[in-house]
Design a protein. Structure first.
Length: 353
């Protein structure tokens, strides 16, 4: 299998839509200028924030919640369903995030936000959301199109930070911090390019660790959104079942689920570790692997690289896309399309109950 990932011709054949090239250029998204259209608002007091989005379109909000929770002086919730919580009112900033602009759950939540006369903003690359924003003069960021939502997280992050700054929730430094990492992310991504052989390519090595198995990704309180991102990438890109969970919740239930049956379980376990994680949680990772020795496959640690919390999360997110794309190649599937998801959406559209 190593020869497959080091064969440029095979990679080209199994990646016909150029997913690897898109992943390799993700660093450019960090410098995306998130222009806010219809930016004027009435300066009403904002007492809560809700970001509504599904799948990859919710990832940026999940990152922001862990990165800036100490700076946020009002609650920020992420809603991944059709309905907004009852507390949403005129003093809630509701940000509708859908890369396609046509996600029905997000559109449903947007309608409810309008009915509640909330402060509203939109992030999308087109579709109905952008149409609504333009028609009704809603503040919005229009993202570049042509990328799978799971591979557009940095676009969404820049857009979301720009909107939060425009509504006075955070300052401008968070938005600028992302752009400053673009060059470093480019240099790090160069280590995972197709031309780099497996023996020196960490992303290819991780793909091999998981191939033929069901990956399970674990994060701590800080890295939980990243564990979720790895699961999404493995599901959609590698077309491979994968799961995720976070510490310390894991130790209160799922921990026991590994305690019986043979160790030869068809899983690949990955611990996503950050130097910015609470030390007690890092201790839990270590003790868990010791106590489950002989009861589950030994966990492989993914140590995040970077000098800041943001740098580590973005490094890990891009690595996830490289590794899952290589896993797709090994699985013999096209990394880009999500055919079943699109089919489901079409069938739902044909039968609007």
């Amino acid at each position: 299998m190593t020869e497959i990932l080091d064969n440029i011709n095979v990679l080209s054949q199994r990646d016909p839509e150029g997913a690897l090239a898109i992943v390799a250029s993700q660093y450019q998204q960090a410098a995306f200028y998130a222009e806010i259209l219809n930016a004027e608002h009435d300066d009403r007091e904002i007492t809560s924030i809700v970001v509504t989005g599904m799948g990859g379109s919710a990832l940026a909000a999940l990152l922001i919640k862990v990165l800036y929770q100490a700076k946020l002086t009002i609650p920020l919730d992420i809603v991944r369903s059709y309905d907004l919580p009852g507390y949403v009112n005129a003093n809630t900033l509701v940000i509708a995030s859908s890369y396609s602009g046509n996600t029905e759950e997000t559109l449903s939540a947007l309608t409810q936000a309008q009915q509640k006369e909330s402060q509203i903003a939109i992030i999308a690359s087109g579709g109905k959301l952008i149409e609504i924003a333009e028609q009704e003069g809603i503040a919005h960021v229009s993202l570049p199109s042509g990328v799978q939502p799971r591979m557009a997280m940095l676009y969404s992050l820049r857009g979301l930070l720009a909107l939060l700054g425009a509504f006075g929730i955070i300052g401008n430094e968070e938005y600028e911090e992302v752009a400053k990492l673009s060059g470093w992310l480019e240099a790090e991504s160069a280590n995972w390019l197709p031309e780099v052989p497996t023996a020196e390519n960490y992303a290819k090595q991780l793909a091999h660790e998981a191939i033929g198995k069901t990956p399970v990704f674990y994060g701590g309180a800080f890295t939980a959104p990243l564990a979720y991102k790895w699961k999404i990438s493995w599901n959609e890109t590698a077309k491979n079942v994968a799961f995720w969970n976070e510490y310390s919740e894991f130790n209160h239930n799922e921990f026991m689920g590994w305690a019986s049956h043979p160790v030869e379980k068809p899983f690949a376990v990955f611990d996503i570790l950050s130097s910015f994680e609470r030390p007690r949680i890092l201790q839990r990772f270590e003790l868990t692997d010791k106590l489950l020795s002989g009861k589950r496959p030994a966990a492989k640690s993914i140590h995040l690289k970077g000098d800041t919390p943001l740098a580590q999360l973005l490094w890990g997110a891009i690595l996830a896309d490289f590794a899952s794309t290589y896993a797709a190649v090994l699985n013999g599937v096209d990394p880009t399309p999500v055919v079943l998801i699109e089919k489901l959406k079409q069938e739902l559209a044909d039968d609007p109950r």
